[in-house]
Design a protein around this ligand. Structure first.
Ligand code: C2E
Ligand code: MG
Ligand code: MG
Ligand code: MG
Length: 294
């Protein structure tokens, strides 16, 4: 098998490693092709206010419709993409696709003006000093406004270069975007960092929700993060709400909103529009930010 490091710290090459390296090259080459040939797709997963049942928006999640391998989840290709600026191309593709779709929906009379769409950005996006300008250039070709978008960065990515990320967040805020810290609770930030985050939302990581009803420590961590978020005026979206009892517990703990299979899996565009039309009564009439807090 492939041994990562020899006893002297040298990499020992094995047959399997050659395959591994070839795979990486093959994936990144294929990915280049995917971005340029529109083989990427965006799915949408609804986010729901737990107190009112209102749809607060959706998270855009990338998929790769691979010609040979079928529909690939991000876990199959993002790691390779993140090794280079390829991930920047992917993130910008998704951002641009979302802006175009929001415009299409608006023109088709589908009222999405009061719901927020979140887009995931990798660390490399947040390290670009001209990110806000680049995004504006994309939005200028559409009728989508920054105020309709939430940009997500994982806590882990944020901690890799906290100062730079905070600076980027300030620039994005000035343009009207909202910011969410994704996978919160897994990124090793000290809690004191939270007060300097200048983010709007934290997304409570799925790993705490999974066993929130059976693991006393996951329950207590969830409770503590929710209490802290309230004090710091951060809205919370819980990830991975799969069951009725997850939702009940989160609601009882004062969590404002959640997303997860209990409400809906990530849906292709048509499915998302279906979901919206079936849940018309739950589309908020105004886009008040406080819709996110209980
Ligand atoms: P994430 O941003 O934390 O997104 C939530 C992930 O949890 C999604 O996985 C979603 O399908 C999954 N999920 C949602 N609800 C449930 C549930 O109830 N149970 C379970 N088991 N899973 C649930 P997905 O779509 O595979 O995406 C994985 C990760 O890939 C995302 O995690 C995000 O970090 C990254 N990602 C997705 N799209 C993009 C993108 O366009 N750009 C970048 N840079 N990263 C992306
Ligand atoms: Mg996310
Ligand atoms: Mg997440
Ligand atoms: Mg995640």
């Amino acid at each position: 098998y492939a041994k990562r490091n020899g006893r002297d710290g040298y990499r020992i090459y094995t047959d399997e490693m050659t395959t591994e390296v070839n795979d990486i090259i093959e994936t990144s080459r294929g990915l280049h092709h995917a971005v340029s040939q529109d083989e990427l797709m965006v799915f949408f997963q609804p986010k729901v206010n737990l107190a009112t049942g209102n749809i607060l928006g959706a998270e855009a999640l990338v998929r790769w419709q691979h010609p040979r391998l079928g529909l690939l989840p991000p876990s199959a290709f993002l790691e390779v993409a993140e090794k280079s600026d390829l991930v920047v191309d992917i993130d910008k593709w998704v951002f641009s696709k979302v802006a175009k779709l929001v415009t299409e929906w608006k023109r088709a009379g589908i009222d999405t003006s009061n719901i927020f769409i979140s887009v995931n950005f990798s660390a490399r996006m947040f390290y670009m000093t001209d990110l806000a300008e680049q995004l504006q250039t994309i939005l200028d070709k559409t009728e989508c406004k920054p105020s309709q978008l939430i940009l997500e960065i994982t806590e882990r990515d944020m901690m890799r270069d906290f100062e730079t990320c905070v600076r980027t967040i300030e620039m994005l805020h000035a343009k009207g975007y909202k910011i969410a810290i994704d996978d919160f609770g897994t990124g090793y930030s000290s809690l004191s960092v939270l007060k300097n985050l200048s983010a709007d939302y934290i997304k409570l990581d799925r790993s705490f929700i999974k066993d929130v009803n059976t693991s006393p420590s996951d329950y207590e961590i969830t409770k503590a993060i929710l209490q802290l978020a309230k004090v710091l005026d951060l809205a919370v979206v819980a990830e991975g709400a799969e069951t009725r009892s997850h939702v009940d517990t989160l609601r009882q703990l004062g969590c404002a909103s959640a997303q997860g299979y209990y409400f809906a899996k990530p849906l292709p565009v048509d499915g998302w529009l279906d979901y919206l039309s079936k849940n018309k009564d739950h589309i908020p009439r105004s886009a008040l930010y406080h819709a996110y807090t209980q």
